[in-house]
Design a protein around this ligand. Structure first.
Ligand code: ADQ
Length: 464
């Protein structure tokens, strides 16, 4: 890797995973994910670079070329990974930004590590960016990078996108380092949020806490620098998912899945990272009650819940895993026949093709987070489910609810409301469900991840 890059992405993780080749060597493979898919073409076109952690603590990896762009690994020690990533990012910011659905922990040494690591990412980006390059910083782990980078390289165009919700003012104010975070973000020329509510909350906070002049969506930070805050709802590679779901392999896999489930009349499906923001406890209780009350018959209906292992070393996540195991076990011990469980629960990661097969067979997709920046599962379901009458039950606290208006919206805290909506989604006339799905499909076909990336980058380029 020799050339400087005119387009740089900075994210906590690199878009590649290390794999061992058959001859025992080491290679890097693109990790599946919407962000990588959307940004790879831009990276190749502009001689791009991606700055991020490679996933192995206490190890330094030299920059290398991968599929037409540069990969720039940033090292982290084990202690930094514990304090910056598992600590400040995932046990302070994550719960705080998700409306404190779990209690955020504040530790000064975690903050110190966050500052140190953010500086390292900023320095790595400053080193690979060409004169006047565009740098796009991603997400809550790196909120100090925009300002640090601007100080190092005032010539750069800097964008920042927050993938999770921006919290209400009263909650954000709890953070002991609230002003540093605001100043960090204001280093960007353009700060993107999932929802208009996020950008307006951010601007209100800036006005209140910094005293800087704010005009509509523009903050006058210094005489020579202004920062704009706007909403850019993220989406998926809709066509890619739709094509995958129509492939003969995925159709065969979906038939195999139905066979394994004993061809139930109704399949309810939940697919989430195992995270307390996703509303799993409430959802499983609601489904359990529907079975226990006889509203759903376990010989005809099944609730399939897939949960990807996530942040398994953080205490709150260990507890969640135990709670879900217990809850599912208890419900299944009380309802259902000997050979047939009411709830089928798998704690595992699946390949994309299996995800598409699962979406194909789901009559009712249950997406009920307590709070979510967007929620891509909801959109993937719409893209993958074949014609006919699917149904999406969607929390009103997911960013996606603003766009997916024809979903069955629910308040996930209201168990009775959740139960009645689940039943409606499963039993409404086919024509009604088809009409809803048609409108939803139109939305995700026109609002794709490419449109999201082009919209953000187009605005960033055209800022004056
Ligand atoms: P997440 O909280 O991870 O993302 P989400 O948007 O639903 O939530 O994305 C999850 C992704 O993981 C989906 O692409 C899904 O297919 C995949 N996935 C889930 N379970 C899986 C399994 N068992 N096996 C394989 N894949 C699985 C954060 C924010 C969201 C925001 C996104 C993007 O919390 O609100 O939508 O970033 O900005």
């Amino acid at each position: 890797m020799s050339q400087l890059a005119s387009f740089v992405v900075v994210a906590n993780r690199l878009p590649v995973d290390r794999v061992v080749t058959p001859d025992g060597g080491v290679d890097w493979r693109t990790s599946p994910g919407g962000l990588v898919t959307a940004l790879e073409p831009v990276m190749r076109r502009h001689g791009g670079a991606w700055v991020g952690w490679h996933g192995a603590p206490d190890e330094t990896v030299e920059p290398f070329d991968h599929d037409g762009y540069s990969v720039v690994p940033v090292p982290l020690t084990t202690l930094e990974h514990n304090e910056y990533y598992e600590g400040f990012s995932n046990a302070t910011l994550w719960p705080l930004y998700h409306d404190t659905v779990a209690f955020p922990e504040f530790h000064r040494e975690w903050w110190d590590a966050y500052v140190t690591v953010n500086r390292r990412f900023a320095e790595a980006a400053a080193e690979v960016a060409a004169e006047g390059a565009t740098v796009w910083v991603q997400d809550y782990q790196l909120q100090l990078v925009p300002r640090m980078l601007r100080e190092l390289r005032p010539d750069l165009k800097i964008g920042f996108f927050l993938h999770i919700p921006w919290p209400p003012i009263e909650i954000f104010r709890q953070l002991p380092w609230r002003d540093e975070i605001l100043e960090g973000l204001l280093g960007a020329d353009l700060v993107g949020f999932q929802e208009p509510g996020g950008s307006s909350n951010f601007l209100r906070l800036v006005r209140r806490r910094t005293g800087l002049k704010v005009e509509r969506d523009r903050v006058y930070v210094t005489d020579t620098h202004t920062s704009i805050a706007r909403a850019y709802p993220i989406s998926i590679d809709t066509q890619g998912f739709a094509e995958l779901a129509r492939s003969p392999e995925v159709i065969a896999e979906s038939e195999q899945l139905l066979e394994e489930l004993g061809h139930p009349k109704v399949v309810f499906l939940g697919v989430d990272r195992l995270d307390y923001t996703k509303g799993l406890r409430q959802r499983i209780r609601a489904m359990g009650e529907l079975f226990a009350e006889g509203k759903l018959d376990p010989s005809e209906a099944v609730f399939l819940q897939i949960a990807t292992p996530s942040r398994e070393r953080v205490d709150e996540y260990k507890k969640l895993r135990d709670d879900i195991d217990l809850l599912v076990g208890r419900i299944n011990s009380e309802v259902g026949g000997i050979g047939r469980s009411a709830i089928v629960y798998r704690h595992t990661h699946y390949p994309r093709a299996t995800m598409a097969a699962l979406y194909r067979i789901a009559d009712v997709m249950v997406v009920t987070p307590l709070r979510d920046g967007m929620n891509l599962v909801a959109k993937e379901y719409i893209a993958c489910h074949p014609g006919g009458a699917g149904a999406l039950v969607l929390s009103e606290f997911a960013g996606a609810a603003l766009e997916l208006k024809q979903a069955y919206h629910v308040n996930p805290y209201d168990l009775n409301g959740l139960k009645s909506t689940l039943m409606r989604a499963a039993t409404d006339p086919v024509k009604d469900r088809q009409r809803r799905m048609r409108a939803l499909r139109k939305q995700v076909q026109t609002h794709t991840i490419d449109r999201w990336a082009n919209g953000f980058l187009g605005d960033l380029e055209n800022l004056s």
